[in-house]
Design a protein around this ligand. Structure first.
Ligand SMILES: Cc1ncc(COP(=O)(O)O)c(C=O)c1O
Length: 393
């Protein structure tokens, strides 16, 4: 039978790196002594008050179709929180509730990119960006961030990548996988380019509450950016609510209108008991958000202390998020071979960072979405394995 060209465009290349993660999950299920540091799904429970709200909603029969763009309560809660956090004053009409930040990225790409347009992405990039941008026929243009610059943006590189075909710039700040937080100077530089060339900016801010060093700045709050910025966020990481798929888009009202039409063709509105619980999470202080950030900070410090001095490894200390990139080129192994040998010899699963683009080649990504004691054990195994490589050389 025939399948559309679309199916080719959504089959991203990054898929191979996940083989190791899948193998690890399978081995763990089979009862083997495996530590999975290859995924960013927080192991914390969702905040109890939010869970209770969803249960109460289910019991009360809050299980019917919801408004396609989201319940008025949920859209208002997002608008209030977004205005407070970013300095861009928005109302519910600027908000669409979508299926996770990923749903938001897809909606944004489909509504702003034409087939044949160029969309610039700062790379290393989150793995789904490739398929998301290419789905509608746009071209993905990578602007590599160099490891030797600490994966920071070189604004000249970005300026050189802009052509008459460029329609948008996509990035995540804080970044997955680098943990780099774009600073105000970098964001002002991106904003200047966007205004000069009349570009959209899609800013993925799912790690904005998990910043350890420096401050998170939202580009939408900079001069002249409200009309051309799509801000994407969710409760997945901030509230350990990955499975709830509670995400949103904030942008110009006209864009939200197009997202409504797109919603009519697929999601048809997030379940109302989830939206009401998500609204509660935004309306009331949730102490778990800060306590989880502090837990990630401790895990980051633990990993840097355990692995930072190892011969053959350079830890790229993340300023934010729940991942660390470790440069393993000094061991003589590629990221792929290091990750597979580490898994086979110690049971610790990390991800070859080339999944996030060639600019992360020679690195592996270590996730902190695991309790401290298990992370410490994983670090001991990583250290033992890395030292054994030195001896064999
Ligand atoms: C940078 C980035 N954006 C988006 C997502 C997807 O988030 P959500 O679960 O809200 O769809 C992730 C998940 O890992 C991510 O790392």
């Amino acid at each position: 039978m025939h399948y559309s060209q679309f199916t080719q465009r959504i089959a991203g290349e990054g898929a191979a790196a996940w083989d190791l993660h899948l193998a690890a999950v399978e081995a763990k299920r089979a009862g083997r002594d495996v530590i999975v540091l290859s995924i960013g799904d927080p192991e914390f429970n969702s905040p109890a008050a939010v869970t209770e709200s969803a249960i109460a909603g289910l019991r009360a029969g809050d299980t019917h179709y919801a408004d396609i763009l989201g319940l008025p309560r949920a859209r208002a809660a997002v608008a209030t929180q977004h205005s407070r956090q970013t300095g861009q004053m928005v109302g519910p009409e600027n908000v669409a509730i979508v299926a996770g930040a990923q749903g938001g990225l897809f909606c944004a790409a489909m509504c702003i990119l034409e087939p044949g347009d160029d969309a610039i992405v700062l790379e290393p990039m989150y793995v789904t960006y490739e398929a998301t941008i290419q789905a509608g026929g746009a071209n993905l243009i990578r602007v590599p961030l160099r490891a030797e610059n600490g994966f920071r943006l070189d604004l000249d590189d970005l300026a050189r990548a802009v052509t008459p075909k460029t329609r948008a710039i996509f990035f995540a700040t804080p970044s997955n996988p680098t943990g780099v937080v774009l600073n105000r100077r970098e964001l002002v530089g991106i904003a200047e380019l966007a205004r000069k060339h009349d570009l959209w900016v899609v800013s993925d801010e799912v790690y904005s509450t998990i910043v350890f060093d420096g401050e998170h700045v939202s580009i939408c709050g900079l001069d002249g950016m409200a009309e051309r910025t799509v801000t994407i966020n969710s409760l997945s990481k901030s509230h350990a609510m990955t499975g709830w798929r509670a995400g949103w888009i904030v942008g110009p009202q006209e864009l939200i209108g197009h997202v409504a039409n797109l919603g009519l063709t697929n999601l048809y509105g997030l379940p109302p008991f989830i939206q009401n619980a998500a609204a509660l999470a935004l309306e009331t202080p949730v102490p778990e958000v800060a306590s989880m950030r502090e837990a990630y900070r401790r895990r980051r410090d633990l990993a840097v202390a355990a692995l930072g001095q190892l011969p053959g490894i350079v830890c790229r200390k993340p300023a934010a998020g729940m991942f660390m990139l470790a440069d393993v080129r000094g061991t003589g192994l590629s990221g792929h071979d290091y990750a597979w040998r580490l898994f086979r010899e110690t049971g610790v699963a990390v991800l070859d960072a080339t999944a996030f683009g060639q600019s992360a080649a020679g690195h592996v990504r270590i996730s902190f979405a695991i309790d401290e004691a298990t992370l410490a054990e994983a670090c001991r195994r990583i250290a033992g394995f890395t030292k054994s490589l030195g001896k064999a050389a």
